[in-house]
Ligand binder design. Structure first.
Ligand code: MLT
Length: 252
């Protein structure tokens, strides 16, 4: 059963670790677990790149903590992982918060870009170019113009990234299957949050996701890009709390 004591497990976007959720967690009333994915804050290991392994890591963590069922939240890559848990261990998922993510697989050009990014990371390391390329895409124009401290936070959180972790995650994302069917079949409450200024996953994707859902709710943030948990953390936490109180704890 899912109630107000059910933990919320939050999975970060690429290329972040669990620290990306600090400001959101401050605005949430219940228990929060924000693990680091392999490659980000912990060693990547020897396994072939596969997001289902990140999903298996989440399930292993739940086993370790004796948690049968949790609410899973994920931003972007974290959402892909949350959906992989839904596909592979649906009995562990009591609800989902999908933030600036999508259930569809990558089209061929996106897979090619990921392969190129993985190769460059292995060849040159990631210092300098990776965040220079990604920052303008990750943060919305309102954040860049009005919240310089968020730009600094993103730089701090991504200092010292592991090139192996970056390459592994890009290849794992490229290989992920489509999770739309599992999501459309799910009877659980699902909250879709999305920044309207997202330049990586356009807001239309969030509308399409919400249309798939049996028990879905969509909340848009007009002044956020791809990273609402860092750009508008208070709004993000408030939307999760409102949904939690009205939908999650009302789940039989
Ligand atoms: C992320 O924010 O996790 C990534 O940008 C997602 C992606 O590359 O598809």
């Amino acid at each position: 059963m899912v109630d107000s004591d059910t933990p919320l497990v939050l999975l970060p976007a690429f290329p972040f670790d669990g620290r990306m959720w600090g400001a959101v967690a401050d605005g949430l009333a219940g228990p929060v677990i924000a693990p680091d994915p392999r490659g980000f804050g912990r060693p990547v290991g020897d396994d072939e790149p596969d997001l289902d392994l990140l999903a298996a890591d989440v399930v292993a963590l739940l086993d370790e903590r004796g948690l049968d069922r949790v609410v899973l939240g994920g931003c972007s890559m974290g959402g892909y992982v949350a959906l992989a848990v839904l596909r592979t261990a649906p009995e562990r998922v009591g609800g989902l918060v999908l933030i600036d993510t999508k259930p569809t697989a990558d089209p061929p050009p996106a897979k090619q870009n990921r392969a190129a990014m993985a190769e460059r990371a292995e060849r040159e390391g990631v210092d300098g170019w990776l965040m220079a390329d990604m920052l303008p895409l990750l943060l919305g124009p309102t954040t860049v113009e009005e919240r310089p401290e968020v730009v600094e936070t993103v730089r701090d959180l991504t200092a010292g990234l592991s090139p192996e972790g970056v390459a592994w995650a890009q290849r794992a994302m490229a290989a992920r299957p489509d999770s739309s069917e599992a999501l459309a079949a799910a009877e659980i409450p699902v909250l879709v949050l999305h920044g309207e200024q997202d330049a990586i996953i356009p807001v239309e994707a969030a509308r399409a996701t919400a249309d798939l859902l049996r028990r879905g709710e969509l909340v848009l943030f007009g002044e956020s890009g791809h990273l609402p948990p860092l750009e508008v953390p208070a709004e993000c936490a408030a939307a999760i709390m409102t949904w939690w109180e009205s939908k999650v704890t009302a789940t039989p």
